[in-house]
Each structure stands twice: as structure tokens, then as C-alpha cells.
Design a binder for this molecule. Structure first.
Ligand code: FE
Length: 357
């Protein structure tokens, strides 16, 4: 106990020091406990989820448990960097990341600690969590194809493989190849067809670009609508977000763009996850586990679909999202999420070799 409290006060001392240095940083102020609040149960959440609708998700946790949520939101790369540089002094309790590529990276970098929760193990399918309990998937999303209905035939772009064929020369738009969403797609391809086939594909993609990769997935959809791109890749929820938007400009975009579940006659559409785990040095471990269990609750699971247009991972959760439902059912690829994560190293090598920026 004595060692524990000594370590704790050393940690507090360090934090005070850090607080002095970072007093002007808005990010730091989120985490520092306000005077008089030291006794309130808290949870420090580091999140790379970047979806405004998540506010309601976090509010629900505090309403249910009384635990105050301090949240730091950063891009996936800066978030992992920050965790690494904070080391054992990190106040992070839970780390949420998007994409299996990032979860796997955080796992091998030792940023999580294993959790053995009966509730999580029973609710979350085995193929959507790390086998040592270091992370859990809480929602799924699909990587889909959108195309310009005015000039592209759906049968020319109904598989990932076709995007790299000569018929699509000068048509293809994607975000950066090094983004986790692309790394995972290529990682799954490596798993399915081998590194040589995936490299051929990536080379064909580079040859077919309508413009150098730039922007996020929504920018690719808009590029298709503007006519700059003939075909593009996007995560499903970005498209559904535009479908649900009240902005007439977004409606115009959706009207011009065709939607495809890729590879329905072959390997199935690439599916990925958003998920998280308990941070390696979590000061509030019990609260962290409670938060993860909350994310697997029917309420939170429904939110992933109703709020952010993803799909729940827990079976039997009732979803009320007509736009999402309107896209219909699809066949998903059958590649284990954990191997998609591992495949990203080979994927990055491929991208470097073919010059897919
Ligand atoms: Fe996203």
C-alpha cells in the first residue's frame, strides 16, 4: 500500500508539474480535475472516434453511472503518440480507436491491458475482439464503392478488383493509401489473395487515379457527385450520413451517386470495426471496464446504428435507422478481424512499392 500511495503521489506531483507546463492547453484542461471534484468518480477517455453524434452515447454513460467522463479526442496517430509519450503517467482509462489496423497497432505497442469480463465475452462475438481481451469491437462498418451514375455502369465497378482494371482508367478516387481504412482493406486482400495479387491491385489503382489521393471519405463521395471522380471508396456510414442530411446540397450529392456493396458474387464486402480497450496504466480501471460494458449494452449498441449509421456487434439489438436499412442486406467478407490488423504491415510495404500515397 505504502509503495502504491508513494507512487500515486509521485504521479500527482508529475501531473502538477505537467499542469503548470500545459496550463494554456485546452486539451490538458479537459483532463485536470477541477478543485473540489477529486472525490467524484471519473473516467478519462482517449478517443479517435470523430463522430459528433457520439455526444449522446457518452451522456448516456454518465446518466446511468454518475461517472464523469473526461474526454480527449485526437486523430488516431496523434492519440497513439500521446499515449506512448505519457507512458506510465498517462491518465487514460479507456482508449477508443477506429479500424482494426489501429487496434492491432495499439495492442502490439502494449497500450492496452487485458480485460476478462463475462459480459463482454458473452455479448461480443469472438471474431470481433482480441483473444487476450486487450480490445473489443463495438460497432462494424463496411468499405463500399460509390460511382457516378451519369457515366459509369455499375457492372464496371462492382468489385474492389475491377477498380484497378483498365476500364476505370482516370476514374478512381480514394483517400490516402496509408490511412487505416485503406491499410485494412489491402490487409484483408493480402489475407485473401496473397501479397502479389494485392500489390497488382494497388498498382492498378495508382494507374487509374482521377487525382492524387486526398481528403476523407466524404470528399471522395463529393468528388464523384461533382464529376471529378468516376468511382470512389468510402466507409458506409459516411454515405448514410449524407442520405440522412437535411442539407439540399447533400441530397443533390446522393442523387448523383450510385451505391455498391462490393464483391457480392465473390469474396464479400470488406467489413471493419470501431472498438477499444482499457488503457495499460488506467488509474480508474473499474470504471473503465464499466464503460466498455456500457458500450455493449442495448442502449449504446443501438446508438452506433441510430446515431452514427454503423452496425451493432451484439446480436438482437433493435435498430431504427431507415436510411441504413434502405441499403439492404449484403454479404460480408470472411476474414478474421485480427488478421486484417496484422496485414497492415504488408499493406504499407505494398503501398510504398507502388507509390500509392
Ligand atoms: Fe471514420
Amino acid at each position: 500500500m505504502a509503495i502504491g500511495s508513494a507512487a500515486r503521489s509521485a504521479k500527482v506531483g508529475l501531473k502538477k508539474l505537467a499542469w503548470g507546463v500545459l496550463a494554456l492547453s485546452a486539451v490538458a484542461s479537459v483532463i485536470a480535475p477541477a478543485p473540489g471534484q477529486a472525490q467524484q468518480a471519473v473516467l478519462n477517455l482517449y478517443s479517435a472516434r470523430h463522430y459528433q453524434t457520439d455526444e449522446a452515447l457518452y451522456r448516456g454513460f454518465t446518466e446511468q453511472t454518475g461517472i464523469k467522463l473526461n474526454r480527449i479526442e485526437l486523430g488516431d496517430e496523434p492519440l497513439l503518440q500521446r499515449l506512448k509519450s505519457e507512458g506510465a503517467n498517462s491518465p487514460a482509462d479507456v482508449v477508443l480507436l477506429v479500424d482494426a489496423a489501429r487496434l492491432w497497432r495499439a495492442q502490439i505497442d502494449g497500450l492496452f491491458q487485458p480485460v476478462d469480463s463475462k459480459l463482454l465475452n458473452s455479448r461480443i462475438p469472438e471474431n470481433l475482439r482480441a483473444n487476450d481481451g486487450s480490445w473489443f469491437g463495438f460497432s462494424t462498418r463496411a468499405r463500399v464503392i460509390v460511382y457516378d451514375k451519369a457515366r459509369v455502369k455499375p457492372q464496371e465497378v462492382d468489385t474492389y478488383e475491377k477498380l484497378a482494371e483498365p476500364v476505370n482508367k482516370g476514374r478512381v478516387c480514394t483517400r490516402s493509401g496509408s490511412h487505416p481504412y485503406m491499410l485494412s482493406l489491402i490487409g484483408a486482400m493480402v489475407e485473401r489473395s496473397g501479397e502479389a495479387a494485392a500489390e497488382n491491385w494497388a498498382r492498378g489503382m495508382v494507374a487509374n487515379m482521377a487525382r492524387p489521393p486526398r481528403g476523407g471519405d466524404t470528399d471522395q463521395i463529393k468528388g464523384v457527385a461533382s464529376g471529378e471522380c468516376g468511382v470512389a471508396l468510402t466507409n458506409s456510414y459516411y454515405f448514410v450520413r449524407l442520405m440522412r442530411s437535411a442539407d439540399p446540397k447533400d441530397k443533390e450529392v446522393v442523387d448523383k451517386v450510385g451505391f455498391i456493396w462490393p464483391n457480392q458474387a465473390t469474396s464479400g464486402t470488406h467489413v471493419n470495426i470501431s472498438g477499444g480497450g482499457v488503457a495499460r496504466h488506467a488509474p480508474n480501471r473499474a470504471n473503465a471496464v464499466r464503460f466498455l460494458e456500457y458500450l455493449a449494452s442495448p442502449q449504446a449498441q443501438a446508438h452506433f446504428a441510430n446515431g452514427n449509421n454503423e452496425w451493432p456487434v451484439v446480436a438482437g439489438v433493435e435498430v431504427n435507422n431507415p436510411s441504413l436499412a434502405a441499403l439492404g442486406k449484403f454479404k460480408a467478407e470472411n476474414v478474421p478481424i485480427s488478421s486484417i490488423g496484422k496485414g497492415q504491415i504488408a499493406a504499407q510495404r505494398i503501398l510504398d512499392r507502388v507509390g500509392y500515397r
